[in-house]
Design a protein. Structure first.
Lengths: 135, 176
């Protein structure tokens, strides 16, 4: 288990299982840098690379998510979650990681629509190879 | 009687954009985080995007405002004429739309089998990337400005290669 993973696990609730942990290459300030995406059976969260111990930067309960979509902009992709009340920018990545996060978006969207934990477990197995590459 | 000459339209069709009066519009984020546009005494758009009409040649002027379906609402010729809040909202939106890092320094550069491996400092931090076919793919925008595409579809901008430090310039001149 990496330092980041153990730091992020500290913020999980007792019954909460970490399903996906991977990183993007654009940090919250829109510069190059790692930013962690953690998906559990209950929440989608992001953590900064050097501040994982400080808690999540973005936190969206899965049961509030209506849809998740990849928004392709110039030179980057934005992962955007829509809840009943707002649109939340979850993360950004450069085009180097747009394929990976396009798949993440689709899997999260399927899980949000379906509302089942099963979909997220499937996502974990689908993403296992790219998760290894992405950390 | 002389036949009347037919009146011909100046243009075949109306232009598909209009210039918006910056004094009569408001851009702001609502509670849901969406960027809204209100045109004074006309209408309001609950979700708009802001893009540059000329992102390379004139990035500071001619902002295009698009609706949620990416249809053009209109153009703002000079964003400097917007009120302060609208100007900030537009700048934030347009700044978030583009990710084209500007190369400040080339740390190293090596060529292997037609691929060029760059290690650079940019205005968005340090980055390593690989470019192929750079002599054909690189865009020379004039006045020393270059756009270098990498193999993943990212683009890196050099504002003026002539003003890079000596080492960066020498490295670049080896491949272009």
């Amino acid at each position: 288990m990496t330092d980041h993973e153990s730091q992020i696990r500290r913020f999980l609730r007792p019954s909460e299982e970490l399903i996906l942990l991977t990183y993007t290459d654009i940090e919250r300030g829109r510069s190059f840098g790692r930013r962690w995406l953690a998906v559990t059976g209950e929440r989608v969260m992001t953590f900064s690379d050097d501040g994982a111990a400080d808690g999540p930067e973005v936190e969206v309960p899965l049961d509030e998510v209506k849809s998740v979509k990849p928004v392709h902009l110039v030179g980057q992709l934005v992962l955007e979650a829509e809840t009943k009340t707002q649109k939340v920018e979850v993360l950004r990545c450069s085009n180097s990681m747009s394929e990976k996060f396009g798949k993440v978006a689709k899997s999260l969207n399927d899980a949000a629509k379906d509302g089942t934990y099963k979909k997220l477990v499937e996502m974990q197995s689908k993403l296992s190879s790219i998760t290894a590459v992405g950390g | 009687m002389e036949p009347q000459s037919e009146t011909k339209p100046v243009m075949d069709r109306e232009p598909d954009f209009v210039f918006l009066d910056p004094k009569k519009l408001k851009l702001f984020k609502d509670n849901s985080g969406r960027l809204r546009l209100t045109l004074e005494r006309d209408r309001s758009y609950p979700e708009v995007k802001v893009v540059r009409a000329f992102p390379l040649s004139d990035p500071d002027h001619y902002l295009g405002l698009l609706n949620a379906k990416d249809r053009v609402i209109g153009l703002v010729a000079d964003p400097g004429e917007l009120d302060e809040d609208s100007r900030k909202a537009a700048a934030d939106a347009v700044g978030g739309h583009y990710f084209v890092p500007v190369v400040r320094r080339i740390r190293s550069l090596r060529e292997e089998f037609g691929a060029i491996y760059f290690d650079v400092d940019t205005d968005r931090g340090r980055r390593e990337f690989v470019a192929k076919g750079i002599r054909d793919e690189m865009e020379d925008l004039g006045e020393g400005e270059l756009l270098i595409p990498d193999v993943d579809g990212n683009r890196y901008r050099i504002a003026d290669w002539r003003r890079l430090d000596g080492k960066s310039r020498r490295l670049l001149e080896r491949v272009v």
